[in-house]
Design a protein around this ligand. Structure first.
Ligand code: PLP
Length: 411
């Protein structure tokens, strides 16, 4: 017997759920890439991307995934032999740093472990020893651990230490989900991609940069033609935006996704993610009252609103994921980087993705499905998790009068 036949739900932290509006916008014949609609549509996208990032600088666009943006960002600001400080809060910072080392960049790594955000005090200590870094590299939300760091506090620690390095931030998991403020927080270069909070199939990525980073670009001896962000942000000809053929149908999809964000309102998008994340935490806190399941990040202030990392103990994580996928049509995320893939402990983790096109009924369905999965696979757990989540959602939606309208009785 299987109960999975119906619309499935991919609740992994990217690619996220793709809205029908985005898929339908992409479903069209190839447009003319020399003149017409596509040119105008492309140029309409940049200001909206900058708005989502709260950035008054520029954004370069690449046909590639997040790794492409990682390499593009570093290629424009660092020479081989330059030194960078990585502040790691999970797998992804190390991935970016490995890539930096392959470009010949020296990397010092300050690792905050798998259950904590960046600690600005430790950043201050590290910068007291050495501050001649070309850049300090951060990940706003590490998708493996679901730790969210205070990027503004990193800049403050750098300022206090007299370190004027570039501040780099990876917002691939957080852009369009968790509030991020490029200008206000003193970020110089930010990388993101389209397949998470921006709700578009994988294939486009972005490097946001300010004037300070544009100046740093001039100190780089050789930037490859392909990664160079200068023609991509200041093209003489349309093809230079992408150093070749535009990602035609992706652009229509991304336009539709940005329109959805615009019509909901960015603050409301963040608020929706926050309430849904709190509903998930309320459920997990209830399950955690009995048995092994617990949130990876203890302090709510340090948790992402887009992805939730969970610890359940081996072999329950894998058993639960297999049950939800094969019995209920719900795909949960694997525990990335929490243990080596050949270590039995690897089976003791999973993640919930709740980024982008996700609403209350989807999250409540996911939580109820996990609740059923815990029962079916025999994992001890506290009772009433779904009810805790529904209670949270009910009170979040009734806390304020709707649009200030007072309903008067006609009695
Ligand atoms: C998904 C993700 C990446 C990698 O993006 P790809 O598109 O898979 O290359 C990097 N950093 C973070 C924080 C991510 O969430």
């Amino acid at each position: 017997m299987s109960l999975r036949h119906g619309r499935s739900y991919l609740a992994i932290p990217g690619p996220s759920v793709m809205p029908d509006e985005v898929l339908q916008a992409m479903h069209r014949p190839s447009p003319n890439i020399y003149e017409g609609d596509l040119i105008e549509l492309t140029e309409s996208i940049f200001p909206d991307l900058l708005h989502v990032a709260r950035c008054t600088g520029k954004v370069a666009t690449y046909i590639g995934n997040g790794h492409a943006a990682w390499e593009a960002a570093l290629s424009n600001i660092a020479n081989p032999g330059d030194r960078i400080l990585l502040l790691a809060t999970g797998n992804f910072g190390h991935g970016w740093a490995d890539l930096a080392e392959n470009l010949g960049i020296e990397v010092d790594r300050l690792d905050f472990g798998k259950r904590s955000p960046i600690d600005p005090a430790q950043v201050s200590d590290a910068l007291a020893k050495r501050k001649d870094y070309k850049a300090v590299m951060t990940v706003h939300v590490d998708t493996a651990t679901s730790a969210k760091s205070d990027i503004s506090a990193v800049r403050q620690a750098m300022d206090a230490a007299g370190c004027d390095a570039l501040l780099l931030s990876d917002c691939i998991a957080s852009l369009g989900c968790d509030d991020f403020r490029f200008d206000d927080w003193g970020v110089d270069v930010m990388v993101s991609a389209c397949q998470k909070g921006l709700m578009t199939p994988p294939g486009m990525s972005f490097v946001f940069f300010n004037e300070k980073a544009a100046q740093a670009r001039k100190t780089v001896n050789r930037v490859s033609t392909y990664w160079d962000w200068v023609p991509r942000t200041d093209p003489e000809f349309y093809y230079q935006y992408f150093c070749g053929t535009a990602p035609t149908n992706h652009l229509y999809g991304l336009r539709a996704a940005l329109d959805m964000i615009k019509s909901e309102g960015l603050d409301h998008v963040f608020e929706r993610h926050e309430v849904l994340a709190r509903a998930i935490w309320a459920a997990v806190d209830t399950w955690a009252m009995k048995g092994p399941l617990q949130l990876n990040i203890q302090n709510p202030a340090h948790r992402s609103h887009a992805v939730t990392g969970l610890r359940i103990g081996a072999p329950f994580g894998t058993q639960l994921r297999e049950w939800t996928e094969h019995q209920a049509g719900l795909t949960l995320g694997i525990g990335l980087g929490m243990a080596a893939p050949n270590d039995p402990e690897w089976h003791g983790f999973f993640r919930m993705g709740h980024m982008g096109h996700v609403n209350a009924q989807m999250v409540l369905g996911m939580l109820a499905t996990v609740d059923a999965g815990l029962k079916a696979t025999g994992v001890p757990h506290g009772d009433g998790a779904v009810s805790a989540a529904t209670q949270l959602i009910a009170s979040a939606t009734t806390a304020q009068p709707l649009d200030g309208q007072v309903q008067t009785c006609c009695g």
